[in-house]
Design a protein around this ligand. Structure first.
Ligand code: RNT
Ligand code: ZN
Length: 424
């Protein structure tokens, strides 16, 4: 059993930390409220290694991969929701749950992917309402025989393309129903795996077809109170190493032209390329950004998010740009080698901690020093800020939000693994 500080000790530490931050003009009470209010979308697919319930193919396709065989994977909606309930109880702050068309519940009926509709998500919607969770959605353009060629919305065959366009159109209807039911707009993200292993001779035609397909999907205007459309770019996938149709340039241009949020996945760029500096480069041109918070290790490996410099830099940029209302934050990783609830919880707590740390940064002070040309002080402050008592404020956030503090949550997860997961 892990032991952690008592609630009284946490409160005392917080009181001391509050004074330290106040000396820099930072209001820790406000940071606690603001950090808890940012919606964080938990991706349902960490709970079952992106398997879904439809199982139209023998395993995951689309150039993404979950490795590992830790026991206890969720195998149906009830189990996945129970696991998400437990994870949600360990993660502080406002939460949403991100679903994929693959997670439709069809009562044993075979429903073609292009006919999956809001009626197949009624259980998810009822559960989310009860648990006071928002919902987000994604059409699933993979793990399907019609995606076996590696092409979907950009496929050369019109019939195949139209099938996937219908999947895209349906996804917007499902997301709209989710937005209506939960009272929070649902972000619906379009990601396709399209691309090729080796050098294509024609890079342009698939991109022209993708543009047309997207235009058809987005033909109906969205009600922004219910539905936020986003498009996600990528550099390469397994089996699409040489060419990806929906590249960063393609979707940046598409998002700007159509004034829709662009999704930046932290694992979708060159291995040493980070996304923090892209935020202020894009914000003047797009109405918002969807972040897929992830961790690539040597490739787009979708490792569990940890509290590291890359993640911190992303949230610092959002805070310094005053862009919290223009950014939707979603997790995107899938690790099957460890307890999946721990994967969710480690990743989500890390993301929330980075949000809190960003909100505790005296951004105005840094900018004032910059304006004054006092660059030595700017750098000195950035260094000093690194050892401020963030942990004391983080513990208070967990206490305020009614979730386990410090290492205590590991005990809760271990008990659930013994009582529930290992009995599956
Ligand atoms: C794949 C994309 C995409 C998926 C999920 C399952 O590289 O990152 O977002 O991970 O939609
Ligand atoms: Zn992603």
């Amino acid at each position: 059993m892990y032991k952690y500080l008592t609630d009284d000790q946490i409160k005392a530490n917080y009181a001391a930390a509050k004074q330290t931050y106040a000396l820099l003009g930072v209001d820790t009470d406000k940071a606690l409220k603001d950090a808890a209010a940012v919606p964080l979308s938990l991706h349902c697919w960490q709970g079952d290694d992106v398997t879904g319930f439809e199982k139209a193919t023998d395993g995951l396709t689309g150039g993404i991969m979950a490795t590992g065989n830790h026991p206890g994977r969720a195998q149906n909606g009830e189990q996945l929701r129970a696991d998400l309930d437990l994870a949600a109880s360990l993660i502080p702050g406002t939460k949403k749950v991100n679903l994929h068309a693959l997670y439709a519940e069809t009562e044993g009926k075979k429903v073609p992917r292009d006919e999956v509709g809001p009626e197949h998500f009624t259980k998810w919607i009822a559960w989310a309402k009860k648990a006071k969770l928002g919902l987000d959605f994604n059409p699933s353009y993979f793990s399907h025989p019609l995606a076996a060629s590696g092409f979907t919305l950009s496929h050369a065959d019109k019939k195949t393309r139209e099938f996937w366009i219908r999947n895209g159109i349906q996804s917007r209807k499902i997301a709209t129903a989710m937005g209506k039911a939960t009272g929070m707009p649902a972000v619906n993200n379009q990601w396709i795996p399209d691309g090729s292993k080796d050098l294509p001779a024609d890079r342009l035609s698939p991109r022209l077809r993708l543009k047309d397909s997207l235009d058809a999907i987005f033909a109906e205007k969205a009600d922004p109170k219910l539905l936020i459309d986003a498009v996600e770019s990528k550099l390469f996938g397994i089996g699409s190493e040489s060419y990806v149709v929906g590249s960063h340039e393609f979707y940046t241009a598409y998002a700007v032209q159509n004034q829709m949020p662009l999704c930046l996945d932290m694992g979708h760029f060159h291995p040493t390329e980070t996304i923090a500096d892209k935020i202020s480069g894009l914000l003047p041109f797009v109405p918002g950004l969807l972040l897929h918070v992830s961790r690539g290790v040597r490739w787009d490996s979708d490792h569990v998010v940890i509290y590291n410099e890359d993640v911190q830099a992303v949230f610092n940029e959002i805070n310094r740009s005053g862009a919290w209302k223009k950014v939707w934050v979603a997790l995107d990783f899938f690790d099957a080698s460890i307890n999946r609830i721990m994967a969710w919880t480690v990743g989500a707590r890390a993301a929330r901690k980075a949000m809190l740390s960003a909100l505790l940064e005296p951004a105005k002070l840094l900018k004032d020093e910059e304006k004054a040309g006092h660059f030595g002080a700017r750098l000195a402050l950035m260094e000093e800020l690194k050892n401020l008592p963030l942990t004391a404020v983080w513990d208070q956030l967990c206490l305020d939000q009614g979730v386990p503090t410090g290492t205590n949550w590991i005990n809760v997860s271990d008990k659930y693994e013994a009582d529930v997961l290992l009995k599956r």
